[in-house]
Ligand binder design. Structure first.
Ligand SMILES: Cc1ncc(C[n+]2csc(CCOP(=O)(O)OP(=O)(O)O)c2C)c(N)n1
Length: 540
């Protein structure tokens, strides 16, 4: 007879899961052991939230759900951040935690939390794994994560149920993803869109996270062959080549958002290809007329009024059957020029020293120095803060799925964890994590994890001794400075304490050479770069 834990592990392995990220407790030891027997690696991390974030990126890059495993009570409670992130950022994540056995007396309250009730609103499938349900709920939980919009499932397995024998049953994990409903008439809709574009002088295609990266080649052909001005949201950076002449910028609250909003407002036709408002921190998606091309509902399950769903591949192929309906001559050229100027800034190429302060690097030089030496396929992850706005707008993404940030949730702690997941999923691909010193101090200990489990990446820590994005917001609200500055923790020593080499520089050439050297040598490296938070004012 197989135990319920063994059956769970076998179902995961049969579905192609080869790594489970997590942090153990006594109640999940049997399952971890069964995972090992089923050939699934347990990636031990230093915090459950980081494990969940890493797992989701790992899974999404492999085209399957990432899996995170925690103990009951506190371990399960630490899943709130990654489950929230998976929900709002459309990342496929199966979370499994232990739970107090149902058979325990009602008086037993130690470590007992209403976990299903807590996580149900932000997950797509919640269930208990038992001897009777295991062959049903594990495949269903995996499949739910991969239905668009991607998201999370949550399963609990008590230590007692883990040992219960199950009757052998054929795995039905291969039933996979359920087909999406496609209810529009693509030819009619394509003709409508063509007609709209034929009359437009300033059209703008805005691409969002509802576009499957497998359609990237089609999307690129469409916008390139028709020479359509195109913008993207941060979560799909790289779906088009951001160094191409028709690329207008990144919308949804990154740096230079005033310019992006100007472009959006001045467009006479706005096409929202897979655009999901979860990434937009303003209300232009409601105020401006958008012609949606969606193949799945938005994150919250809703659709704009009178919008039908279309298979993107079919729609793009239909559009491409015809030549461009008009010729547009760079109608957003002035926005594109101003956007470039923001990055160049006043002190390009030189470390700045503002009198009393110590030297800092112009934030734009960090992006330019790194982009100049790292290959286009480099995966970039960011944390949340001013540096995210900087990299989100200005990192020149050229390859699909090479830019990862938390945007729907915008949760700090993402960057380093995402880099671990990305590096394990794509072993041969260079990975760069750009994080603030605030975010870095939330989970720098995962550098030890990276070193131990073979994840390799360069971490650039933008040091400004503050939660700078919040400090800028405080200034904008004309409030006294309070509760936003912290004393420095030595980034280099933190890296070294975790077994990772570190250095500090304000020289863009040294930054570029160090990053390239570490990537080529496949070594982990932390590079601390002092910045002046006030410089962000000129870029934003
Ligand atoms: C978990 C979490 N806590 C708080 C916030 C609010 N928040 C957004 S940006 C930010 C500052 C981040 O500071 P740092 O990591 O140093 O980056 P910087 O803004 O300086 O680039 C804070 C506190 C958040 N988004 N996520």
């Amino acid at each position: 007879m197989t135990s319920t834990a063994a059956a769970t592990a076998r179902l995961l392995a049969d579905a192609g899961v080869d790594r489970v990220f997590g942090l153990p407790g006594g109640e999940v030891l049997v399952l971890i052991d069964e995972l090992r027997r089923a050939g699934i690696d347990f990636v031990l991390m230093r915090h459950e939230a980081n494990a969940g974030l890493a797992a989701a990126v790992y899974g999404k890059l492999r085209g399957q759900p990432g899996v995170v495993l925690t103990t009951l009570g506190p371990g399960a409670a630490n899943l709130m951040l990654p489950l929230s992130n998976a929900y709002l950022d459309q990342e496929p994540l199966l979370a499994i935690s232990a739970q107090i056995p149902d058979e325990y007396p009602a008086e037993h309250t130690h470590q007992l939390l209403p976990l299903h009730d807590v996580y149900r609103p932000i997950t797509k499938f919640v269930a208990k794994i038992t001897a009777d349900t295991v062959h049903d709920v594990v495949p269903r939980a995996l499949a739910a994560c991969m239905e668009r919009p991607f998201g999370a499932s949550y399963l609990t397995l008590s230590a007692r149920a883990a040992l219960e024998p199950v009757a052998l049953a054929a795995s039905n994990a291969s039933r996979g993803v359920r087909a999406q409903a496609r209810d529009g008439h693509p030819r009619q809709r394509a003709a409508e869109l063509r007609g709209l574009l034929a009359d437009a002088t300033r059209p703008l295609v805005v691409i969002g996270l509802g576009v499957d990266p497998r359609n990237a080649a089609r999307v690129r052909r469409w916008v390139e062959e028709w020479n359509l001005p195109v913008a993207v949201t941060p979560k799909v950076k790289g779906i088009v080549d951001e160094t191409a002449a028709n690329f207008v910028g990144v919308v949804g609250g990154m740096a230079a958002d005033d310019l992006m909003c100007e472009a959006l407002a001045s467009a006479d036709v706005l096409i929202g290809l897979g655009l999901d408002p979860v990434e937009i921190d303003r209300t232009w998606h409601v105020d401006l007329p958008i012609d949606w091309i969606l193949e799945a509902p938005h994150v919250d399950g809703r659709l704009p009024a009178r919008v039908a769903l279309f298979d993107h591949a079919q729609m793009l192929d239909t559009l491409l059957e015809q030549p461009p309906p008009a010729k547009w001559k760079a109608p957003f050229a002035h926005v594109q020029r101003q956007r470039r100027d923001r990055l160049a800034g006043p002190s390009r190429g030189a470390a700045t020293d503002r009198g009393a302060g110590s030297p800092t690097m112009w934030p734009g030089d960090i992006v330019q120095a790194l982009a100049g030496v790292l290959p286009p396929q480099t995966i970039v992850t960011t944390d949340v803060g001013s540096h995210k706005y900087l990299f989100g707008q200005f990192w020149p993404s050229r390859v699909p799925q090479t830019f990862w940030m938390s945007n729907g949730l915008s949760g700090m702690g993402y960057g380093l964890s995402a880099a671990i997941g990305a590096s394990l999923a794509r072993r041969a691909t260079p990975v760069l994590a750009a994080v603030g010193d605030g975010g870095f101090s939330m989970n720098a200990q995962e550098l030890e994890t990276a070193e131990r489990v073979g994840a390799r990446f360069v971490t650039v820590v933008l040091e400004d001794g503050s939660y700078s994005l919040i400090k800028l917001s405080q200034e904008g609200k004309k409030l006294d400075r309070y509760g936003v500055d912290f004393s420095p923790i030595d980034t280099v020593k933190m890296a070294e304490a975790c077994g990772v080499a570190g250095l500090r520089t304000t020289d863009p050439d040294e930054l570029a050479a160090a990053a390239r050297g570490a990537i080529e040598a496949r070594r982990n490296l932390v590079i601390a770069v002092p910045v002046d938070y006030a410089d962000y004012r000129r870029i934003f």
